[in-house]
Design a protein. Structure first.
Length: 276
């Protein structure tokens, strides 16, 4: 996909099944029909790669399954194997934006090396996280995970924090690279942020878990995946209106069916994705 002269790719880690307690496993052979009304029982996992010509940027980093060779599933796709598919090395990535710090978005940033040391998967990346989100992750230590089971695992990030690799954003909006703007929304988590990609009159939004898949286009009741459901609902509505006004393409992280599409209005004035 292209937005202006930016190249965008979605790096799919496959389809996963999430148990109510938050354990996640890859579905390798799924013969049964998918269940579209249960968006969090089956999820895709698609970090976004943006090549601006000057910067190689990742939006969220996936689960990192298989990066640690001692794992039960060593041979599975992850951020490193997926970059390779598109001709990029981990050292090429210079910017990462994390929408929030739940482990299904952040765990791919690091892995445990053979000597037990936490190692950065993307050794040259500067990582942008909202300061509020880091505080929420630290504050969660010892508490049970969120309603949907997706919790924080801040331990894996201490190494990157200690190495000064993480930029903690305090402002609500910042253009981190020309054409790439992060916008704090809160709602899903206290420091959740989305990314606007704008280049030569074209726009795309990556909305993390605020709009995780196409089923959230018209889901204006408070969703139980959010830590602040009312705030999330309001932010989701405002973003969708903005996307529609901008004729923007939405990129989904957790979709099983449609990974991206342009936001249009349907005949009932609801939001939909442009066909085709
Ligand atoms: Zn998620």
């Amino acid at each position: 996909m292209e937005i202006g002269d930016f190249r965008l790719e979605q790096l799919s880690e496959g389809i996963f099944e999430v148990s109510p307690a938050g354990s996640i496993r890859k579905i390798r052979n799924h013969h049964e029909k998918e269940t579209p009304n249960e968006p969090f029982s089956r999820v895709g996992l698609d970090p976004v790669l943006i090549d601006t010509g000057s910067n190689s940027i990742l939006l969220d980093c996936g689960l990192g399954m298989g990066l640690d060779r001692s794992e039960p599933e060593p041979d599975t796709s992850n951020i490193v194997t997926n970059l390779d598919i598109f001709g990029y090395r981990p050292t090429d990535i210079d910017v990462v934006v994390l929408s929030h710090l739940h482990y299904d978005h952040a765990a791919g940033l690091s892995f445990t090396g053979t000597a037990g040391q936490v190692t950065a998967s993307l050794p040259n990346a500067r990582i942008y996280v909202q300061k509020l989100e880091w505080e929420a992750a630290l504050g969660s230590i010892g508490s049970s995970p969120d309603v949907n089971g997706m919790g924080y695992e801040p331990d894996d990030l201490y190494r990157l924090v200690a190495d000064g690799r993480i930029v903690f954003l305090e402002e609500e909006r910042r253009e981190i690279v020309p054409g790439i703007t992060v916008i704090r929304t809160g709602g899903h988590t206290p420091g959740h942020q989305v990314v606007r990609i704008r280049r030569k009159g074209q726009t795309a939004y990556y909305c993390g878990d605020l709009i995780p898949n196409e089923l959230y286009l018209n889901r204006f009741h408070a969703a139980k995946i959010d830590t602040d459901p009312l705030k999330a609902k309001k932010a989701r509505m405002l973003l969708l209106q903005q996307c529609w006004r901008d004729q923007a393409t939405l990129l989904f992280y957790h979709s099983v069916f449609r990974k991206a599409g342009m936001v249009v209005r349907d005949k009932n004035r609801g939001f939909a994705l442009k066909k085709g």
